[in-house]
Design a protein around this ligand. Structure first.
Ligand code: ATP
Ligand code: MG
Length: 452
């Protein structure tokens, strides 16, 4: 029988249980990933000790999911999730177990897990890997298979349908036929799952090595229109012209291409959503269809989708900004002031992500990206940043106070004057001195008083 290399901190941790007469097992992803040769430091445990008993064994225990028998133990600077063996009654609303019965039986505990490859356990007494659900065979054949009757399992918890896609993306595995069929049959159960749980799985799928595999399974089993209808609307939308794929397939291919370019969630999501506005604005033409303003509409839809998923404000801001600006078309004849304006619009800290998105988009369309122009733009941006040219109002040599002291009234007029000064120095950075800007501000002030 295969052995699991148990880190010394976990050996000490398990001693505490043993001395009190309880058993402790490592379960879930850490065991699966070890068998696959992938590192995974996220250890989950299961035990026959009741949550109160676990709490009495350690000083720092947080009752994170006490209703489900889960507590988090702080032990030697680690956080370990410990769940008491349980078998769950039906999840009547697909969300919460209607009854949680604690049972002293590891087998029952493993059988209530989602997929065979997630149902391994390591006995901490002898380091042996326990496989009661045929997980090793499925790992070998690279298959994701629900434990027991797949329809029943997806009725209990609709999120498992998305988790199957997520693990297919993480591991580049195939979903077993009956499991996939049941995913389709039970797809509407995802309507009962909270946005937070969906977001966690979807984001992990997008961050996996093979999002294309997971996203195509989402498409195939029919959950894409349930979770991301705005994206699914691109299905079968033909672009004609240079694109060989429909809008949805192109989005999925771009997301996959972004994997090699960035580990950032925001870039991966922007790759997936960059053309999300196309289905709304399409106008059919004989040779090619047109999609005017799809970047603006895409920004709006991205915000809508990400709000629904309860993503953080910062995630929403970044992804929608990338979608909004993905159509920039740099040419060598851009003036320096055009490059500065580009930086002002996009924000210098976002340029790297926007370039990754552009390259992914190009690779998805042409199979490769011509990055010569991007490199040229990058060089020019570097020159502007090295020269510390002003790119925003806060970089100006004057601030609001200076202008008020010079007699410009607070309020709209002050804001307008600062905008005007920024426009001026974007055109000509040499104007960015206090003296010069105060002069320009006064002239602008008298001009606008005169014209208003
Ligand atoms: P990863 O390494 O990507 O976190 P994981 O297998 O550890 O993968 P988790 O979501 O952390 O995945 O869940 C830990 C374990 O808990 C799983 O391996 C599985 O046994 C069980 N599990 C988690 N969510 C569910 C669920 N919705 N239904 C059934 N079992 C689940
Ligand atoms: Mg985990």
């Amino acid at each position: 029988m295969q052995q699991f290399p148990i880190p010394s901190v976990i050996q000490r941790f398990s001693q505490q249980f043993k001395q009190a007469g309880f058993s402790l097992y490592i379960v879930g992803g850490a065991v699966r990933d070890h068998l696959l040769g992938i590192s995974n430091e996220d250890f989950d445990f299961t035990t026959d000790a009741k949550p109160e008993e676990v709490m009495s064994l350690f000083k720092a225990v947080i009752p994170t999911g006490i209703d489900h028998g889960t507590v988090t133990v702080r032990y030697e600077k680690h956080s370990f999730e410990v769940t008491t063996f349980r078998s769950e009654g039906s999840y009547q609303d697909g969300r919460h177990p209607s009854s949680v019965t604690f049972i002293t039986n590891l087998e029952e505990d493993l059988k209530r897990r989602d997929f065979t490859i997630n149902a391994f356990a390591v006995d901490l007494n002898d380091s042996k890997i326990i496989d009661l659900c045929g997980g090793k065979k499925d790992l070998k054949n690279r298959i994701i298979r629900a434990i027991g009757n797949p329809e029943e399992r997806f009725e209990e918890d609709g999120l498992r349908i998305l988790r199957a896609c997520r693990f297919a993306g993480k591991l580049n595995f195939i979903i077993e036929e009956d499991t996939l069929k049941a995913m389709h049959t039970c797809r509407e159960n995802l309507l009962n799952v909270s946005s937070e749980r969906i977001r966690e799985e979807l984001f992990r799928l997008v961050l996996s090595d093979h999002p294309e595999v997971g996203l195509n399974y989402m498409r195939e089993c029919g959950i894409l229109p349930i979770i991301l209808p705005e994206l699914a609307a691109g299905d079968q939308i033909d672009q004609k012209g240079m694109h060989h794929e429909d809008v949805l397939s192109h989005a999925i291919t771009t997301c996959q291409a972004s994997v090699a370019l960035s580990d950032r969630l925001e870039v991966r999501l922007a790759a997936l959503f960059h053309d999300i506005g196309k289905s709304e604005v399409m106008e059919e033409g004989a040779e090619r269809n047109t999609f005017y303003n799809h970047d603006l509409v895409g920004e709006k839809l991205t915000i809508k989708v990400m709000r629904r998923l309860k993503a953080s404000n910062e995630q929403i801001r970044l992804v929608s900004l990338l979608v909004r600006h993905h159509m920039f078309s740099y040419q060598s004849n851009w003036s320096d002031s055009a490059v500065r304006r580009f930086l002002t619009r996009v924000g210098k800290e976002h340029v790297g992500m926007l370039f990754s998105l552009r390259i992914a988009d190009q690779i998805a369309i042409h199979g490769k990206a011509d990055i010569r122009l991007l490199e040229e733009l990058e060089e020019r941006i570097k020159g502007i940043l090295d020269a510390q040219d002003a790119l925003s109002i806060k970089d100006l040599a004057v601030n609001g106070n200076d202008l008020m002291k010079a007699g410009i009234p607070k309020g709209k007029q002050l804001g307008r004057t600062l905008d005007y000064l920024l426009e001026t120095v974007l055109d000509d950075p040499a104007q960015n001195t206090k003296e010069q800007l105060l002069e320009i501000a006064k002239n602008y002030q008298s001009f606008s008083t005169f014209t208003s």
